[in-house]
Unconditional design. Structure first.
Lengths: 162, 199
């Protein structure tokens, strides 16, 4: 192993983190290289000197400050949270929704109810007559309707006499 | 049996505030020390450590244990520290040699020491403190990323894989980074290293 290649393994060797094969290779190199041996020993001294720095303790108020900052954090709400907080609101909203659905599906008038009572055939016939009823020109020239208007005026006069 | 970090964090995700308190207790000292050695200001280190815990708390709903908890925790801390160091670099004052000597006790209190005192215990203490200042100064002089690598490697005892993820580099790049850092420290601390070699 060359000195350059040893550099990247030096700290691992000091820490005891090398694989067995790498460890043996390092020891073989160090046995033959005084310069690298001096370097290893000096790195060990540096590591030992770093151990001399004392550890400091957090101040007595540290935990209190952390808790205070956490207490000041905005509470995250998801859209489920109001359900638990206001069940009455949920019940009222559900009833309103049901009422809206029921009103929306209720039959519109009595004529529709009558036609629906007579069955599908009548309904189909009424649907077919709709385009005719919407055409004023047809209605204006429809003979049975003109006869009907004459009949109505005759009935009215007879009622008045009674 | 104590719960693992991942178990605690999953419990925090489920709404257990007590689990968060346990994580806070477990990691406040290592975090404050790492950040103090990065930014060299105690108050700032505590502010940054608090910010780390707040970010962990905010992220609890989305937490997925895809990596080790310490990797995630120290990644947040390292990013905050690197940003802080870069932001305040121009504000850092150099200590005047004429200023009164102050000593940080292990409890963090500062006492002013009269250097004219002849008490040998005080002298020994001063020598020890001067050596510590030299070590701190040597660490301070490292480029930020090398400093972070040394602190994570030495004091947090994280493995190379974790540190490389925290620093967003490959393992081989990390080993190279660490080697250069220790090489610089070896030169900066040469008097102390020589003293140690004698002993």
């Amino acid at each position: 192993m060359s000195c350059t290649r040893m550099e990247t393994r030096l700290l691992g060797y000091i820490d005891g983190r090398l694989k067995e094969s790498e460890q043996r290779e390092m020891e073989k190199h160090l046995a033959a290289c005084p310069a690298c041996t001096v370097r290893v020993n000096e790195f060990r001294s540096v590591s030992s000197l770093l151990d001399e720095l004392p550890q400091i303790e957090p101040s007595a108020a540290f935990d209190v400050r952390v808790r205070a900052r956490i207490a000041a954090e905005p509470v995250k709400q998801n859209w489920w949270s109001w359900v638990g907080a206001a069940p009455r609101v949920l019940v009222a909203a559900s009833m309103l929704l049901l009422a809206t659905v029921w009103v929306g599906h209720r039959p519109a008038d009595n004529a529709n109810m009558a036609s629906s009572n007579s069955g599908d055939e009548t309904q189909i016939m009424q649907d077919q007559d709709l385009p005719v009823l919407e055409n004023y020109d047809v209605l204006a020239n429809f003979e049975p309707l003109t006869e009907l208007s004459q009949a109505d005026s005759t009935d009215d006069s007879s009622e008045q006499e009674m | 049996m104590a719960r693992t970090d991942v178990q605690l964090m999953l419990d925090v995700k489920a709404g257990d505030e007590q689990s968060f308190a346990l994580l806070l207790h477990r990691y406040r000292t290592p975090l404050v020390n790492f950040l103090y050695r990065m930014v060299r200001n105690r108050e700032q280190a505590e502010d940054l450590a608090q910010e780390v815990f707040i970010r962990v708390y905010r992220a609890r709903a989305d937490y997925v244990p895809s990596a080790k908890f310490t990797t995630w925790l120290f990644r947040i801390a390292t990013n905050l520290a690197l940003n802080s160091v870069r932001d305040t670099r121009h504000q850092r004052m150099e200590v005047s040699l004429d200023a009164p000597v102050t000593v940080d006790s292990e409890e963090g209190d500062e006492r002013r020491i009269d250097v004219a005192e002849k008490n040998p215990n005080i002298e020994e203490h001063l020598v020890q403190e001067a050596q510590r200042d030299m070590i701190r100064h040597a660490i301070d002089k490292l480029p930020e990323k090398q400093r972070a690598a040394v602190l994570l490697h030495k004091y947090q005892e994280l493995d190379y894989g974790e540190i490389s993820k925290i620093l967003s580099c490959s393992e081989s790049a990390l080993k190279s980074l660490l080697f250069r850092a220790y090489e610089t420290l070896r030169v900066e601390l040469a008097p102390l290293v020589a003293l140690r070699a004698k002993n």
